[in-house]
Ligand binder design. Structure first.
Ligand SMILES: Nc1ncnc2c1ncn2[C@@H]1O[C@H](COP(=O)(O)OP(=O)(O)OP(=O)(O)O)[C@@H](O)[C@H]1O
Ligand SMILES: [Mg+2]
Length: 255
């Protein structure tokens, strides 16, 4: 396994800028969106990209995966996708007379899960569990997932027919949820020209490696947060006392 270099905060910022510049060569998205996605990568989170068809959701996920020279896999979700198609399965090796684990695409470093809301609830639940636990259990045997490990899932907010919306309570498995919006006229004209030549994402060269991403994750985890900051963050997401009481009050007069 490659050794993890030490990165200080300016080096992490430089890495982020390098990745953003590379991805932008292939996909036109607002800088802030790209920044949030890269923050998700460095903070060991997972990313959900939501927007209308054809705005570059899959292209963005592919561009990030190509930029970091990591092993990547793509899962196209459909209603008949099984949990075993995602995590892998035990197959019988006749020559050796024993079962062997054949890992699924979830064992890659970057896993692009396209149209996640088209997978059945059972498969979604298996996927969301892997994202949180970072390991997979198949027939009592536990298997560690790769490091770094990031799921970049996409979904379309229109056309709900035949889809299974992700459970609201489990959306927190994603650290970052972004929309892309439509590109401006200038970018759109450029995209048309670029598209005529080739697939820009396939032309991208990696600008970082797995060890560097791991180092950035270690550096981010080591950032000091003062007590005042922690209190402030906790206060930001607490609902006002009245809302809380109403949400959690037990029902009276019922079993
Ligand atoms: N913002 C963008 N920047 C660069 N190329 C784009 C952009 N949006 C779309 N494209 C190009 O248009 C094509 C369709 O994009 P893509 O498949 O990523 O869309 P999508 O949002 O995943 O659509 P769907 O919801 O139908 O899956 C791709 O070939 C991509 O190169
Ligand atoms: Mg797509």
């Amino acid at each position: 396994m490659s050794t993890v270099p030490d990165l200080d905060p300016p080096a992490v910022a430089e890495l982020g800028a390098r990745l953003a510049a590379n991805v932008s060569k292939a996909v036109k998205v607002p800088d802030e969106v790209l920044r949030n996605v890269l923050v998700g990568l460095v903070a060991e989170g997972h990313v959900l990209i939501e927007d209308y068809p054809g705005v570059g959701k899959t292209a963005l996920a592919r561009a990030i995966a190509r930029s970091i020279r990591a092993e990547f896999a793509r899962i196209q979700c459909t209603a008949d996708l099984l949990p075993a198609d995602v995590v892998g399965t035990n197959v019988f090796n006749q020559r050796e007379d024993r079962f062997e684990f054949r890992p699924g695409p979830i064992f890659a470093n970057v896993v692009i899960v396209d149209e996640v809301n088209r997978a059945s609830p059972k498969t979604q639940s298996g996927l969301l569990e892997c994202m949180q636990e970072r390991h997979v259990t198949v027939d009592v045997h536990s298997h560690e997932l790769a490091r770094p490990f990031i799921v970049i899932a996409t979904q379309n907010p229109v056309e709900y027919e035949g889809t299974y919306p992700l459970p609201e309570a489990q959306l927190d498995r994603f650290m970052v949820r972004v929309g892309l919006g439509y590109p401006n006229a200038h970018d759109e004209a450029e995209m048309l020209a670029a598209h005529a030549e080739s697939d820009r994402v396939l032309d991208l060269q990696p600008v970082a490696g797995v060890a560097e991403i791991l180092a950035a994750q270690v550096a981010a985890a080591g950032v000091y947060a003062s007590e005042a900051l922690r209190r402030y963050v906790a206060r930001c997401w607490r609902p006002p006392a009245r809302t809380r009481a109403r949400t959690w009050a037990p029902r009276r007069g019922r079993a």
